[in-house]
Design a binder for this molecule. Structure first.
Ligand SMILES: CC(C)(COP(=O)(O)OP(=O)(O)OC[C@H]1O[C@@H](n2cnc3c(N)ncnc32)[C@H](O)[C@@H]1OP(=O)(O)O)[C@@H](O)C(=O)NCCC(=O)NCCS
Length: 104
């Protein structure tokens, strides 16, 4: 697993987000602190992951996107290939398998 962390700049830096990706191109986690939302933090993190994938011949990126994150991934060229309804205990929730082919 490969992880990148986003920090604020300045004399008192703080972590505001992170992404991780495995060697198949699966994005396991992408989170941005709500205090830093809609400022391009996740876009920069995804850009790093895409550069890593391109440099390592990873053919496509994939993610199980939450309902919240789906518009973000769609905006970045991912398409939905499956709507999933995983169950944890008695709770069923919805997420989406989304993929993005990487340029060869
Ligand atoms: C989804 C998430 C990672 C986005 O982080 P972010 O840093 O706010 O995203 P960005 O600022 O880079 O957004 C880029 C674009 O994605 C889209 N986007 C991002 N968040 C969105 C939202 N909540 N609703 C609709 N579109 C959204 C917009 O097009 C946005 O561009 P704009 O702000 O100019 O309109 C963040 O909201 C988050 O951590 N959510 C909770 C955790 C989660 O669901 N993680 C994903 C697990 S798979």
């Amino acid at each position: 697993m490969h992880t990148w962390v986003a920090e604020t700049t300045g004399c008192d830096p703080a972590v505001v987000g992170f992404i991780d990706i495995d060697d198949t191109g699966y994005i396991d986690m992408l989170f941005v602190d709500p205090s830093a939302a809609r400022r391009g933090v996740a876009s920069q993190l995804l850009d790093h992951a895409e550069r890593y994938s391109a440099a390592n011949d990873i053919a496509r990126l994939s993610v199980h996107a939450s309902v919240t994150a789906r518009p973000f991934f769609r905006r970045h060229g991912f398409r939905t290939v499956e709507t999933r309804r995983p169950q944890i205990g008695n709770v069923v929730f919805v997420n989406y398998l989304m993929i993005k082919p990487m340029p060869v």
